[in-house]
Structures are given as C-alpha cells and as structure tokens.
Design a binder for this molecule. Structure first.
Ligand code: FAM
Length: 464
C-alpha cells in the first residue's frame, strides 16, 4: 500500500489514469496516443540529462588515439543515442530488448507471426513495449497521414529512367520538405523548448508516406508505373509489400520482420550519424533523413544488400547452383585478390554473427528450407569466415544483416536487387527519426567535432 502511495505521489498521471503500475516499480502508459505517451516522458528525461551533465560532465568516457582520428573515429564514445545500443559480441538491443525478445514481446498481425514495425516505433519513441491497442493506434495514425502529395509523383516521374532507386528515394523525401511543420514553426519563431512537437509531427508524416513512396519507386522503375492502392486493412509494413504488388502471406510476414530489424543500429553508423548530424543544425526531419539515405546508399553500408545479390548472381553464373565448398572458396579468394570486399561480411563494431542475420536465417529455415539461394547463403557461412580470418586483417569475419536479406526478398519474387536498399531505408526511418524527436526534446546541441591536419597531429605527437 505504501509503495502504491509513493508511486501515486511520484507520478501524477497515475492518478489521472494515464499510466498503470506493472511489476515492481514499473510504470506503463495506458494511453493509445503515441504523442501523449511521449510528452509524458520528456520532462523526466530532460531532468535526467541535466543531472548527468551537472554531476558528471567532466568525467572521461574514453580517449581518442591518432589511429581513431585517422581511422573513421572507431570506438570513440562521443554521441548520445537513446533508441538502441550495440554490443560488439551480442549485437543490437532496441531500448534494451534483443531481436529474439522483440519477436516474442511486440504485437503481431497474426498469432505466432512476426512483430509489426508500428510496435517497434512505439517502443523506440517511448521506451515501452506497447500493447496491441497501442500498436494498432500507431497503424491508424500512420494510415491517416499516408497520402503522398501529387507533386512528389511528378518529381519521381521527371527523373532520368536510370536514376538509382536510392537517389529517387532521397529526391522524393526532399520534395516533401515543402510541407515541413518544423521548418514552418521555426520560421514563425517557436520557442526551442517546443521544437520536439513539430519534429514529431514531421517524423510521423514522413514515416507514414514512406511505404507509398517506396512502392511508387518500385512500380515506376520495374513495373511500368502501374501503381497499387494501399489496403485499408493492412498494417504499415505489410502495406508496403502490398503496394509493391506482393500479396503472399509469407511475403507480408517477411516484410514485417524486415522492417522491424533494420530500424536502428545505434548512432554511429553512416545513415544514423548523418541524420543526427544534419538534424543537429536544426534542419528538419525531411532534410536530415534524406542525408541519412544518401549515406545508406553507399556500398559499404546499406547498398551492401544489393551488392550481396549481385555477387551471388556472379557465383551462380560462373559456377552454377551446385557449387561445391571448394569452388566457393576459390570464388571468395578471387574476389579478395581483385581488391574487392566480400559483401555482407564484416562490421565496424560487431565481432560476432549479426543477430539480424541469424533471425533471417531462422525465418528462411522455417519458410524456404529447400530454396537454392538460401542453401548457397548457408554455405557461405561455412566458407567465408575462415577465409577472412586467413587474411589476417578483417576484424569481424562473420556475416552482417545484408548477407541474408536479399535471399528472402528473392524467394518472394522481389528480384530487383537495386531496390533492396530502399526497403532498408524505409525501416531505418523508424530509428533515426525517433532519435531525432528525442534529440530536440533533450535540446542536444549542434554537432561540431574537432578536426586536425596531418601537420597538427604530427606536432601534437611530437610534444607528447
Ligand atoms: N571483405 C574483404 N575485406 C574486408 C571485409 C570484407 N567483408 N571486411 C573488412 N575488410 C577489410 C577492410 O577493407 C580493411 O582492409 P584495408 O586494411 O586493406 O583497408 C580491413 O579488412 C580491416 O577492416 P575492419 O576494421 O575489419 O572493417 P571496417 O570497420 O573498416 O569496415 C565494413 C567495416 C562493414 C565496411 C567492412 O567489413 C566491409 O567492407 N564489409 C563488406 C561490406 C558490407 O557488408 N557492408 C555492410 C555493413 C552492414 F552491417 C551495414 O552497414 N549495413
């Protein structure tokens, strides 16, 4: 009784019926309004950050070596990112939850199925695993915001027919920027304590429209421009597959899983960091997410999923489907000797197999155990790590998320690999835009790390 009384004193919204007590000392938002739930949490998190800065601001989290400064800033803990955290051995956790845990806990469209990404969005935004009603309210909120303005279709239609789908995506998103509520609010002189509100509105508008935009890019580029209407009964992830023209139940489940696992990978990767950096200048969510997407379009980052498929196609063309392990070894070595990377393997932070790879492999074993491309991918897992270890320089010889995603897409008939990174990009919006809202809610400043010339580094090390 005393504990409940304490809880009521600590949390006025418990008295107002907005939250309920769960477990020992835990609180859960009851509202099905995502923005209300978020607004409820912001003041405490602002206080938490203020306290951290005041009490521990001068403490060191790590140092920067010359190697780190010239080596892509590896391992320097220098950014706040609330929505996920990556452990080198264990892989990603979204707000503290591993991928298998999310597959169990998040609301699903069907019994025993994959999580719906809307549930993950609620979790990323609020830190709480949503109820089915809360996830359903996100689905509905996104549906209401999903209409894409006509001018965006005209912008897409005006592009050169060979424009890469990722370039089309970034261009379409930039053309939506004219409607930015944050840019308008800033222009009209909004107080900075309120920035998170229009950033939230822009982020939801953008996330809502991305499946329609992605599907339009797909239909324009590969299907003669014949667009498919959204279904009013499908969730956000499944609707993406539906609007691309795929209705197989397995494909819808695959898309829900795909859109869930690609959403976030802490803050230092190129797409997240680019979004964060550009947003720190108070560029609105359209501008900052478009920056993230141009980074995701690089072959060492998101475009690796396209590269994996091209590489696998080369294997099949040169060796055939009945490739032996020995032939595969030769092919991998030939790739390395020609000065190229083996796409889908390695990682800047991870040092073990990516759990995003593992969950896709589990999905494949369940849904397509005899599919030749799946078997080829499984064989790569047996062959590639030992070879990469033999090179003596690759820090992580194991597969990452991109080694498996293309196989699942191919199986369901999404065969156009140059589109694959767009699917990654749609999912990535959930993570980087959720963090973007929090960055403004927490009042994070403009990013401005120090750079040095080679001469300046030489001078500093000579003095050390
Ligand atoms: N194949 C061949 N060489 C590789 C390699 C791979 N898969 N992974 C790393 N290396 C090389 C790397 O190029 C570097 O060589 P140099 O010293 O000659 O420059 C050396 O091994 C040390 O690199 P590292 O420290 O192990 O990796 P980095 O942190 O520099 O790079 C990756 C990380 C992801 C860019 C790198 O592993 C790679 O190029 N992998 C293939 C591309 C890929 O799959 N990218 C997708 C990553 C994914 F998780 C994502 O972002 N979506």
């Amino acid at each position: 009784m005393r504990a409940v009384k304490g809880l009521l004193q600590a949390a006025p919204s418990l008295r107002e019926g907005l939250i309920e007590a769960v477990g020992v000392g835990g609180l859960r938002t009851l509202t099905t309004d995502l923005k209300a739930s978020l607004a409820e949490k912001i003041p405490a998190e602002q206080e938490r950050l203020k306290k951290l800065k005041k009490e521990h601001g001068s403490k060191e989290l790590g140092s920067c070596t010359v190697e780190a400064a010239i080596g892509g800033m590896r391992g320097i803990p220098a950014m706040l990112w609330e929505t996920s955290l990556l452990d080198a051995e264990e892989g990603i956790r979204f707000r503290g939850h591993s991928i298998p845990e999310l597959q169990e806990k998040l609301p699903k469209a069907k019994e025993g199925g994959e999580p719906i990404p809307e549930g993950l969005l609620w979790l990323l935004m609020t830190g709480e695993v949503p109820s089915s009603e809360q996830a359903a309210s996100v689905t509905e909120m996104l549906r209401q915001r999903s209409k894409v303005p006509d001018h965006v279709y005209r912008v897409l239609a005006a592009q050169h027919p060979n424009t890469h789908p990722m370039t089309q995506l970034a261009t379409a998103v930039l053309s939506l920027q004219v409607d930015s509520k944050f840019a308008a609010a800033y222009r009209s002189g909004m107080h900075k304590s309120k920035y998170w509100d229009p950033v939230f509105e822009d982020s939801m508008d953008l996330i809502a429209k991305l499946p329609t935009i992605a599907a339009a890019i797909y239909r324009n580029t590969y299907k003669g421009g014949d667009l498919v209407e959204a279904s009013s009964s499908l969730d956000w992830g499944a609707n993406l597959a539906h609007m691309m023209g795929f209705t197989d139940d397995g494909c819808l489940e695959m898309m829900r899983l795909y859109q869930t696992i690609h959403a976030d990978h802490e803050g230092g990767n190129v797409s997240a960091h680019a979004t964060h950096l550009v947003g720190s200048a108070l560029s609105d969510p359209y501008l900052s997410y478009a920056a993230g997407m141009t980074g995701l379009a690089g072959p060492l980052h998101g475009l690796a999923n396209q590269e994996v498929l091209r590489w696998l196609t080369d294997v099949r063309q040169q060796v055939g489907d009945d490739v032996t392990k020995e032939q595969m070894r030769e092919f991998v070595w030939a790739t390395l000797k020609s000065g190229k990377v083996v796409p889908g393997f390695g990682h800047a932070v991870l040092r073990k197999t990516d759990p995003r790879y593992t969950c896709q492999a589990v999905f494949a074993r369940r849904h397509m155990p005899d599919y030749p491309l799946y078997r080829l991918t499984a064989m790569l897992y047996d062959v590639v790590p030992d070879i990469l270890k033999e090179t003596g320089k690759v820090k992580n010889p194991y597969p990452n998320v991109d080694a498996h995603s293309g196989v699942l897409l191919q199986y369901y008939g999404i065969t156009e690999e140059s589109f694959y990174t767009v699917l990654f990009g749609v999912s990535r919006a959930l993570g980087v835009l959720s963090q973007g809202v929090w960055s403004r809610a927490l009042g994070l400043p403009i990013e401005r790390p120090k750079s040095l010339t080679m001469a300046a580094i030489e001078q500093r090390v000579a003095q050390a």
